[in-house]
Design a protein. Structure first.
Length: 133
């Protein structure tokens, strides 16, 4: 269980900042392996519920876990953790004077991130498939 609403908020902010494309691997690693807030079985069950709810799966999961641990305040903190920082970063990048995509280094970094995301997604699928009944 998270120690505080603040810890919950920052955990989901961290997930949001890493979650471009393949979020399930990052969420599973953060919540199950690193923090121990959920078991593999609980994660699989909660992820299934989050998938059938309308909206982005990981935001739904943030709301479910926040609500479980801290009631409505935790649900709000979890959702805000997922949605506050990414738009802020996009706005900052949008107003930078240089067009970053024109730099070869930026393109190379984005290619590398895509490859890593694909690997994380396949790894998470393999780990999740072991816990399906």
């Amino acid at each position: 269980m998270p120690a505080s609403i603040s810890e919950l908020f920052w955990a989901f902010t961290r997930i949001a900042l890493q979650g471009f494309g393949g979020v399930v691997a990052i969420v599973q690693r953060e919540l199950v392996d690193k923090r121990g807030w959920l078991t593999h079985q609980e994660f699989t069950e909660e992820w299934a519920v989050a998938q059938i709810m309308p909206g982005p799966n990981v935001v739904n999961l943030a709301m479910i876990l926040g609500g479980r641990y801290f009631g409505w305040r935790g649900a709000i903190a979890g959702v805000l953790g997922m949605v506050v920082m990414p738009p802020f970063i996009i706005v900052v990048l949008a107003v930078t004077p240089a067009n970053l995509i024109d730099y070869p280094l930026t393109r190379d970094v984005m290619r590398a991130v895509s490859a890593v995301t694909a690997g994380f997604t396949h790894g998470a699928a393999a780990r999740l498939s072991r816990h399906l009944n």
